[in-house]
Design a protein around this ligand. Structure first.
Ligand code: HAM
Length: 445
């Protein structure tokens, strides 16, 4: 090798090492989280329990797109809300937004498919990711998941009570203890009068309020009521309450909602400061609150939005009510219970093929058993029997089938029951998987 060749090689390897060292790991975005095996079982459990309960209350699932026209959220959630003003992931040039919540999309679909014609009252639920550009912290993410339920087409206060009872039942089934806080936000008849009174109360105290509240005092004065800043809270303690300014139909509705809750033995308290961060609400609003998650106390929330379908281009007089549960928060609470939700890894049979021939024999057998719906694991890397037994333990395999040259020659493999440690010979031919199935079905022999 000449000196120049050597120089070129050395330079190349130095460059290669440099390249290896400078390859930067790509990580998930801040506020976006992977749900990995080991954790995903808890999510599956949560969904299963929710689906069972939604079914008992006669809800049907609807699956919705993640991207919608920005206008849909601006018109429903409200231009002056934090969500629309600051938190939406919007492709400005295309005027489309990744949904920050599910209600607007669900109503868009309800109107688009003329669902109000098919059934006078539609009960729908959807489960999936939502996107809000908030400051991430425990229980608050930028991509988070909601289980969202909506009842469209009924104004009956019993529906409000029934929905809250369903939320309480779901949380009870999950062993999560919460308090249910309820309020009424009135309607376009009674709210303007109250709003005027509230603005004059706020104006008298404007200097003592935080910057956000000063701004909101004219754009969205009701939001001043639920500001979390202690000085603002103090100032608002004796603010007029909407509950005391409801028009007769709203007062009657609210009374009947409470009677329904009592009839169903749902424990609740009234919270005159709850206004919710979305503008579409009227009359009943509610939140399920936990004391076990620090600042992110609401595990679920919702309310009535009687004018919203019409605002989005649907038929007149189409009332609606719904709520959404935050799945990350529910998962955090379930994790605190330290229960075992099973692992996805427990397999019926681990096939340990020894050497190329053993692996080759096990390959087709695994496929035939999987076609019979058995959960089979197998190593394709030609590892030692010891290493494969370790993998079988990790996978919580009920059985291990050992196939080496001797077993192939005799046409019989060694089946080991991992619980009893008993071993037994079984026929290996794919055509004879019937010989294995009784063992897999019933682990005693
Ligand atoms: P929301 O109060 O904005 O209401 O959200 C409902 C629930 O979603 C919250 O109580 C919380 O558990 C969860 N959540 C919200 N933001 C985050 C976040 N950044 N990270 C983790 N969890 C979060 C709505 O979205 C309405 N659409 C509910 C509704 C349905 N109203 C009527 N129908």
């Amino acid at each position: 090798m000449c000196g120049l060749d050597f120089f070129c090689m050395a330079t190349k390897s130095a460059f290669f090492i440099l390249l290896l060292e400078t390859v930067v790991k790509i990580q998930a975005l801040k506020g976006f989280k992977d749900i990995v095996p080991g954790e995903v079982e808890l999510w599956q459990y949560l969904e299963k329990v929710a689906r069972e309960i939604f079914e008992c209350f006669n809800f049907s699932e609807i699956r919705l797109p993640i991207l919608e026209e920005t206008e849909l959220f601006a018109r429903s959630i409200g231009e002056a809300t934090d969500i629309v003003e600051k938190e939406m992931y919007t492709f400005v040039d295309k005027k489309i937004t990744m949904r920050p919540e599910a209600t607007a999309s669900l109503l868009r679909a309800y109107i688009e498919h003329g669902m109000y014609v098919q059934k006078p009252v539609q009960r729908l639920f959807t489960i999936g990711p939502m996107f809000r550009h908030e400051r991430p912290q425990k229980g608050r993410l930028r991509q988070f998941h909601q289980m969202d339920v909506e009842v469209l087409g009924s104004e009956n206060p019993r529906v409000d009570a029934e929905l809250m009872a369903m939320g309480a039942m779901l949380l009870g089934e999950l062993g999560i203890s919460v308090s249910l806080e309820v309020n009424s936000l009135g309607c376009p008849e009674c709210r303007p009068g109250y709003r005027t009174q509230l603005i004059s109360y706020i104006t008298e105290r404007l200097d003592a309020l935080c910057g956000d509240c000063k701004r909101r005092s004219s754009t969205n004065p009701l939001r001043v009521l639920d500001c979390k800043v202690p000085t603002c809270r103090e100032q608002m303690l004796s603010a007029p309450a909407l509950q005391d300014h409801l028009c007769a139909p709203c007062a009657d509705h609210f009374e009947k909602v409470q009677a329904g809750l009592k009839q169903l033995n749902v424990v609740y308290s009234l919270n005159k400061f709850m206004v919710r961060g979305l503008d579409y609400y009227c009359r009943t609003t509610f939140e399920f609150i936990t004391s076990d998650l620090g600042a992110q106390a609401a595990v679920g929330a919702g309310g009535r939005y009687d004018g919203l379908v019409e605002t989005l281009g649907g038929p007149k007089n189409s009332p609606g009510i719904g709520f959404a549960m935050g799945m990350e928060r529910l998962v955090l609470l379930l994790q605190q219970q330290e229960k075992d939700y099973g692992t996805a890894e427990a397999v019926d049979l681990f096939i340990a093929g020894i050497g190329e021939h053993g692996s080759h024999g096990g390959f087709a057998l695994a496929h035939a058993l999987r076609a019979e719906k058995y959960k089979i694991a197998m190593d394709h890397e030609g590892r030692s029997l010891k290493s494969q037994m370790k993998q079988a333990h990790k996978a919580c395999a009920r059985f291990v089938l050992i196939i080496g040259d001797a077993e192939l020659a005799s046409g019989k493999g060694v089946l080991r029951n991992m619980a009893t440690e008993q071993q037994q010979e079984v026929l290996l031919a794919v055509a004879d998987i019937a010989a294995l199935i009784p063992f897999l079905k019933n682990s005693t022999y």
